[in-house]
Design a protein around this ligand. Structure first.
Ligand code: FNR
Length: 185
């Protein structure tokens, strides 16, 4: 494997479409990428007062994140923006000031909704944070996955061929993006 990619899923729901999508991506990844879902649901809410003795969950998350070459966000949209659980993980990883875990790690975003506009709002609000965090976010192909409830079977496997093809292309482009933007070791 060339690149280790942390997958952050913006939903904690057991039957989450976004988690199913993340699993489909893991299955679709070529030998160049290894994708691994990183848990974010256990992280205490960010509070600067805690930085003197940071919660063990923050320490573990920051350490884990540091071991990855890139990051792939798979997220729903809550009220036209990024779900709080994902924003919290981004904030936790970004501090203490000057020690952000994000800086320089290339990223990509796939937003997923059962609705019709593919969580576009969350996708783009997330990009705003990534600019500040110095995460070069892949621009194309954009991935706004709509009508998610129609894409998976009862076991959570992706059954839509054109979506599968799209994911294959997306991952191929992301591999190129990693090749061109990952920090040299
Ligand atoms: C939603 N949902 C939603 N969907 C959407 O397309 N745009 C939106 O702005 C919102 N807003 C929103 C707010 C809140 C608080 C909830 C709980 C839900 C619906 C959402 O897309 C749906 O619940 C998805 O199933 C969530 O993704 P997972 O959990 O299936 O991955």
């Amino acid at each position: 494997t060339k690149f280790k990619i942390a997958v952050l899923v913006g939903s904690l729901r057991r039957e989450s479409w976004n988690r199913k999508m993340a699993n489909a991506l893991i299955k679709s990844a070529s030998d160049s990428l290894s994708l691994e879902i990183i848990n974010i649901g256990h992280l205490p809410f960010y509070n600067e007062d805690l930085e003197d003795t940071p919660p063990i969950e923050w320490i573990g998350f920051r350490k884990q994140l540091a071991s990855f070459d890139g990051v792939l966000f798979v997220t729903p949209e809550y009220n036209r923006s990024v779900p709080a659980v994902l924003k919290n993980a981004i904030d936790v990883g970004s501090r203490p000031y000057g020690k952000s875990c994000w800086s320089g790690k290339p990223g990509a975003i796939i937003s997923v909704s059962p609705g019709n506009i593919g969580a576009f709002g969350a996708n783009h609000h997330l990009r705003q944070s990534l600019v500040f965090l110095n995460v070069p976010a892949m621009a194309q192909p954009e991935a706004y996955i709509s009508a998610a409830a129609k894409l998976f079977d009862a076991n959570g496997a992706l059954i839509n061929e054109s979506t599968q093809e799209f994911l294959n292309n997306f991952l191929k482009a992301f591999t190129h993006w990693m090749d061109n933007n990952a920090e040299k070791k």
